[in-house]
Design a protein around this ligand. Sequence first.
Ligand SMILES: [Zn+2]
Length: 315
Amino acid sequence: MEDYPRTIQEFEKRFSTEDACRAYLVALRWPDGFRCPQCQGSKAVLVRDTLFQCCGCRRQTSPTAGTIFQDTRKPLVMWFRAMWYVTSQKNGASALGLQRVLGLASYETAWTWLHKLRRAMVRPDRDRLSGWVEVDETLVGGLEEGVFGRQTAKKAWVAIAAQTDGPAIGRIRMRIVKDCSAASLHPFVEDSIEPGSVIHTDGWQGYAGLENKGYQREITKLKNKREEASKLMPRVHRVASLLKRWLLGTHQGGVAYYYLPYYLDEFTFRFNRRKSKSRGKLFFRLMQQAVTTAPKTYESMVGPAREIPLSLGVD
Ligand SMILES: [Zn+2]
């Protein structure tokens, strides 16, 4: 079932009531019909218009229980609007922007919603990249790569894998890595790329040994010049520069290390769907993943107190 609104007019017409929104959630959550989470029974009656009561064990289940919408005190209509807004903006939304658009009294609510939605942007069972894949690391949070080479403490190293699609970029994966050692980079490659693929890297030793793990390697040795790097592995470099511009633009550079993994997830979600014919499809995917993503509380999402945002610069 790929049933979603194509335009804002369709969206507004369709999701103007709680009942309509709930029906959509129910259809996405139980595409083959209701299943009781306790006894797997498939027969239920509707109680107080919103709860499914199992005819087998009598357990009552809310369609939002166990999803990112669990325990929300705001109307689903508002959540749907937030999700439409987030997916229809090419570059996404900041918490302040979302707060304004929805007329939310609290900034925290907008912030929490965006973080809950980011948790739903990655499918744990997504497939790995394959074919010819460029892999490199980039430093987020610093203007220059610094005197300590690849060993930095306060900034974040982000490993990037970009599939080639002719001269263009196919899908991407990215992850924060502790450092650029083989112990950090190999797991990223193994989790992100199918064995049998060609891994195209520079001569960095952190990639040595992947041949023994089922990958073919193409090594391009760079002579330490940026312009060369961007010519020889143009796709990862393009992705790195788009990522930095996005962090700086949409989020005003205000991204702390603790939250960076979730911003990487959002960037990847958007990037891999940038050629979608309809923005409605992104709304649909996000909604589909939102009903299968476990709930998170505000407390569990807030990072360590007083964490200083990474100082982002464009290079
Ligand atoms: Zn039951």
